[in-house]
Design a binder for this molecule. Sequence first.
Ligand code: ADP
Ligand code: MG
Length: 310
Amino acid sequence: MGYDQMKEDCLVHEFELIQTIRSRQREYPWVKLGIGDDAALISTPEDTLVAVDLLMEGVHFDFSEVTPAQVGRKALAVNLSDIAAMGGSPHSAVVSVALPKSRGGDFALEVQQGLQALAEEYQVALIGGDTNTWDGPFVISVTVLGAPIRDRAIPRSGARVGDWICVTGELGGSRQGKHVLFTPRLQEARILTEQFEIHSMIDLSDGLASDLRHILRESRLGALIELAQIPVSEHIVHLPKAWEHALGDGEDFELLFTVSPQVGEVLIKSPPFITQITKIGEIVAGSGARLIYPSGYISDLPKLGWKHVF
Ligand code: ADP
Ligand code: MG
């Protein structure tokens, strides 16, 4: 097959794929022009939150462990988690994919199915994207647009001395399945943001030990964490040093947030949703995080957590 013929085949493939994606896409009132033109046109009156994430085969996932649909779902879910962490509500998304030529069109459709199913669950409009093929591994990048639920987004920088540090759900062992199957904490973020004064918030993607430091650095404050209070996932609680996993595994996609002690007491006594909320420590003056062991011994929070190095 000559180059032109091959190019022709790929083009047909790409357009067919886009047509299929387009035909599966629901209509939403804020989308004036969706998939199918040179750019999408949306109409949203509010401030706009923008989150983007890039997932690469061989770095973030492996097809021996996850399905194409799960990767599509995750590429969107991680961004929904970021929008949730800002106290926002997502409305629209765009996706870019680099498809390995060897995997064929069904693979692309499977990825897309996983992504579109989750988008529909949360009423997020897929309004466009870019589709490329190559001889490299699979790469997918999703960008999500959203609106702050209150008049302002919740930053990492808003923690105050005396704040309670709280976390939703359980931590650690995410690699055993949660890292692809997790539910982005959008509902929880909505209720927290609408009904309570949340000072600062972040989603746990790199691990508690690492992500807490972002709040501390941005807020220019320190923290005291109680090891015994950390909600360790039932999947890893039997492991030796399970708490190290809870602090460092990452990809929990839970919400870490700080509130005044008054708000904290209400949240712990009468949680506003089924997902558990745990107080794991307090914000203090100074910098860095210290860990209180069950024995009472105090030391610096170990530097655990995921980081890309280059
Ligand atoms: P252009 O060359 O003008 O950028 P494309 O041919 O790349 O347009 O894309 C055609 C339309 O299909 C655009 O609306 C684009 O946003 C959309 N699109 C392309 N790939 C995807 C995808 N994977 N998912 C959703 N929409 C897509
Ligand atoms: Mg164009």
